[in-house]
Design a protein around this ligand. Structure first.
Ligand SMILES: *Cc1c(COP(=O)(O)O)cnc(C)c1O
Length: 369
């Protein structure tokens, strides 16, 4: 059988920057700056500049950043946050961590992002924030969602964990809302060698309180202003991210090359392909195709050495952990259908044209049978 094509090839990316990583990690070992430290401070400045934001606060994960985002907005018990049921669970964790309730809105069948046409009817007097996700790297429908937030005076939190360097109308996402949260989990478009995350905002008060909350609620050591957390980014992760950030634009361009090649080669198959909405430049964290026979297609790819994955097999309203919300199958039919049909094909900057052709050949072989 031909060479296997891994779903994700992190070793290839690490190899490409290995020398710089070794030097950056060695520098931190010499300095013993393990928790925050100068490389984290520098990365915060550089990442804020890349996004075009005034402040970046580095965290130990994207989940922590999302949690603190809702604390900054004073969301708490009895409050509601409107969000999408079709995402990684951490989006909803943030809402649960502050004691609030996730209120789900179904997604658009084409982009699989929160459907702005359904947003307004989900807003109640208890709604304290709106938190959609730029799913798979594709910006959610910002114009109508921003308009509805403005009309109802609701803050917008962007879950940007999958969308580093994605653009809406030519501008990088992360400053359209009041707060944006990024993840630097190793498999994300910009990944640490371990866990990492960031909160980005143009609001100086938010940034200041976020810095305190991530460090035990303290700005002066051993003086604690409020109950805080140990959510600091590690020094070594700041150093690693500092090495990788200068490559992010090039890596994003390469992801887009892969996606456009897939579009071309798969357009005559029965698959529903990802579609970039008007004004959107997706960062293609994932390349998700859809087909009613998804499970059989996945078996075929697995059997032929092509890695693939499901994002996501179960929408959040049907997860056991959220059974207390009282939802049932059929409540968010578009998300449920997407969960049954979605299949993520390999996509990463290092994927070669020959590998893309092999993925496509295996997919086409499935439909010939
Ligand atoms: C990865 C991810 C997160 C969580 O980030 P971690 O760094 O893994 O905690 C949150 N939201 C979405 C949409 C994600 O994909």
């Amino acid at each position: 059988m031909a060479d296997k094509i891994p779903y994700l090839d992190l070793p290839a990316q690490i190899r490409s920057v290995r020398k710089e990583l070794d030097a950056a990690i060695a520098r931190n070992l010499d300095a013993c700056s393990f928790c925050l430290g100068p490389d984290v401070v520098q990365f915060e400045k550089d990442f804020a500049k890349f996004i075009g934001a005034q402040h970046c606060v580095a965290f130990n994960s994207g989940t922590s950043a999302l949690h603190i985002a809702l604390m900054l907005l004073n969301v708490g018990p009895g409050d509601e946050v409107v969000t999408t049921p079709f995402t990684f669970v951490a989006t909803s964790w943030a809402i649960s961590y502050v004691g609030a309730t996730p209120v789900y809105v179904d997604v658009d069948d084409v982009t699989m992002n929160l459907d702005p046409n359904l947003l307004e009817r989900a807003i109640t007097p208890k709604t304290k924030a709106v938190m959609p996700v730029h799913l798979y790297g594709q910006p959610f429908d910002l114009d109508p969602i921003l308009a509805i937030c403005k009309k109802h005076k609701l803050p917008l939190v962007e879950d940007t964990a999958q969308a580093h360097a994605a653009k809406f109308k030519g501008k990088i996402v992360g400053t359209f809302g009041d707060i944006s949260c990024f993840s630097f989990y190793p498999g994300k478009n910009l990944g640490a060698c371990g866990e990492g995350g960031a909160l980005v905002t143009n609001n100086a008060e938010f940034a200041k309180r976020a810095r305190s909350l991530r460090e035990h609620g303290s700005t002066v050591r051993y003086y604690h202003d409020e109950v805080g957390f140990n959510y600091r980014m590690e020094g070594i992760q700041g150093a690693v991210l500092g090495v990788k950030l200068p490559h992010l634009q090039k890596w994003t361009d390469e992801r887009r090359r892969v996606a456009h090649r897939y579009h071309e080669l798969l357009k005559d198959t029965p698959l529903q392909l990802p579609l970039e909405a008007a004004g959107c430049d997706s960062a293609y964290h994932l390349y998700v195709v859809r087909h009613p026979q998804r499970d059989k297609l996945k078996e075929h790819l697995d059997a032929n050495g092509v890695g693939c994955a499901l994002h996501y097999p179960v929408p959040l309203h049907l997860q056991k952990c959220y059974s207390n919300l009282g939802h049932k199958a059929g409540d968010f039919p578009v998300a449920e259908k997407a969960a049954r049909e979605c299949l993520s094909l390999p996509i990463y900057p290092e994927l070669t044209n020959a590998q893309i052709q092999r993925v496509v050949a295996v997919v086409k072989d499935f439909f010939r049978k």
